[in-house]
Design a protein around this ligand. Structure first.
Ligand code: FE2
Length: 499
């Protein structure tokens, strides 16, 4: 928590403050959030300050990396860390907490043999084990091991699944956080999947895409029924240089893939010469393309070009006046991927690339694509009232944000964007670094923002984390529940209501 000693020039450096006397310094930078958490705990009740709404009755499950050191090696990238699930249980204003590692092939190799034996996003095993272990992202993946599913969690019928970009979901028990094994019937029919499937409420099915590599690579859109029925292919689109994509958009009529000019030669990927993402190349001469798929017909409505850009996360999409509106968190290029290698991401002096909420309006009849920034605010890990507004016009989006774009530092505030008037409200606290805000609608919600935002926040001053509950209307704090250790920065989570 504290470092003892004098760092030359430390008192004048950003992020270092004198806590007690001249030689006891607190690291108030974000670094702790990217350090491993080896302790698994289960607490019936966290200390609450303020007030957690009594109507919250359910569990917020969050997913993210929690271990970066394996044997004498360190994984390379934030996205590579070993998956840990965190469960915050809510009942009558009380909050419980538990965290457990997902029991994966990579976790077993790390804990039993002290080795990295599986390929991750930006890390490969040492060459001696490489030849005999299937690479997680290799085109010849046959799904032999439980993948390091550290990105997201979703509910599919009565099952709860942890997801990454490998094609095999991992089932878990949200009460005990026990790992239940690979959900093979929900496997993606390809190699590079999305950790951000959509839910179609009308058909009660999961809708997702996967990249199937081969001599004739394809983007395959597919659906998996919640009731356990057979997987259905919606569309299959040929592609010679598949793009690195992380999420997509879904409206009642269309599925929208945005192909960024970050592309791979499938043969290069097959050679396994480099870690997965390092096979992709940014080609500034290629446009970005929106591939709009008619879900009913199963064919391409059109491919619509625009200037190159990159994004991890779509916010929402909907049809309006013959146009397709697509909102997303946009970067100018793929530099963010390099900025999130651990050596750079942990460095308090790193300046992260700007990411802004951007709106693309696509004239489906060929009149072009227009885009504009919705607000001058950093906007990453975006969420909205998904259940009531996904695929439809909407009023508000929420995200983790950065107070001072262009200056050193990590995500250090939460932001609410009013999509209509493009105004922004924020929550921030000195030394605090919040993660993705999950919106939970109130029991009698009328307005779109009647509800709470739940976010796990690192308090660098104490080296611990807390669960923050904000009023989604004006972002004022309702209460917080203190975790007695730090929760490493994760990616995504879902709130599951109690039955
Ligand atoms: Fe994501």
């Amino acid at each position: 928590m504290y470092e003892v000693g004098v760092r030359r020039g430390a008192c004048n450096s950003p992020g270092w403050t004198v806590c007690s006397g001249p030689i006891l310094l607190a690291d108030t930078t974000h670094r702790k959030g990217l350090e491993s958490q080896l302790h698994e705990i289960a607490l019936d009740e966290l200390e609450v300050s303020g007030s957690i709404p009594a109507w919250l009755s359910g569990t917020l499950v969050r997913n993210g990396p929690a271990r970066y050191e394996v044997g004498d090696r360190t994984l390379n990238h934030w996205f590579d860390g070993l998956a840990m699930l965190h469960a915050f249980g809510f009942q009558d204003g009380r909050v419980s907490y538990a965290n457990r590692y997902l029991q994966t092939g990579a976790h077993e190799a790390a804990t039993r043999r002290g080795r990295i034996e599986y390929s991750e996003f930006a890390t490969d095993p040492c060459r001696s084990v490489f030849s005999r272990v299937q690479a997680m992202f290799s085109p010849s993946l046959d799904g032999g091991a439980t993948p390091n599913a550290n990105v997201n969690v979703v509910r599919l019928g009565e099952r709860y699944l942890a997801l990454t970009e490998a094609p095999l979901p991992v089932a878990f028990d949200p009460r005990t956080l026990d790992t239940l094994g690979v959900a093979r019937d929900a496997a993606a029919p390809g190699q590079h999947a999305t950790a951000h499937p959509h839910h179609d409420p009308d058909r009660d099915e999961l809708v997702a895409y996967v990249v199937a590599f081969g001599p004739r690579s394809r983007y395959v859109l597919y659906a998996v029924p919640a009731n356990g029925g057979a997987r259905r292919t919606i569309a299959s689109l040929p592609v010679s240089r598949p793009s690195y994509m992380h999420s997509f958009a879904l409206t009642p009529r269309y599925a929208v893939l945005c192909e960024f000019p970050l592309v791979v030669n499938p043969l290069r990927l097959a050679s396994r010469a480099r870690p997965f993402i390092e096979n992709y190349r940014w080609d500034p001469d290629r446009p970005a393309r929106f591939l709009v798929v008619d879900r009913q017909a199963g064919d391409l409505r059109g491919a619509y070009e625009t200037d190159p850009f990159f994004c991890f996360h779509h916010i929402n999409a909907f049809e309006r006046d013959g146009n397709l509106v697509v909102d997303l968190s946009a970067y100018d290029d793929d530099e963010i991927i390099r900025a999130l290698y651990l050596d750079r991401a942990r460095d308090p002096e790193t300046v992260f690339p700007t990411v802004a909420p951007r709106r693309y309006e696509i004239d489906l009849d060929g009149g072009g694509v227009r885009s504009r920034r919705l607000a001058d605010v950093m906007f990453e890990l975006p969420r909205m009232d998904y259940r009531r507004h996904n695929g439809r016009d909407y009023g508000y989006a929420y995200a983790a944000s950065l107070r001072h774009p262009g200056a050193p530092g990590f995500l250090d505030q939460l932001a609410k964007l009013d999509v209509a008037d493009e105004s922004v409200a924020t929550w921030q606290e000195e030394g605090c670094f919040p993660g993705e805000p999950v919106f939970v609608a109130g029991p009698d919600a009328e307005g779109e923002d009647d509800g709470v935002l739940l976010s796990v926040v690192l308090d660098a001053r104490s080296g611990t984390s807390f669960l923050l509950a904000l009023d989604a209307g004006d972002l004022h704090e309702l209460g917080r529940a203190q975790v007695p250790q730090h929760v490493p920065f994760g990616f995504h989570g879902s709130y599951f209501r109690s039955a």
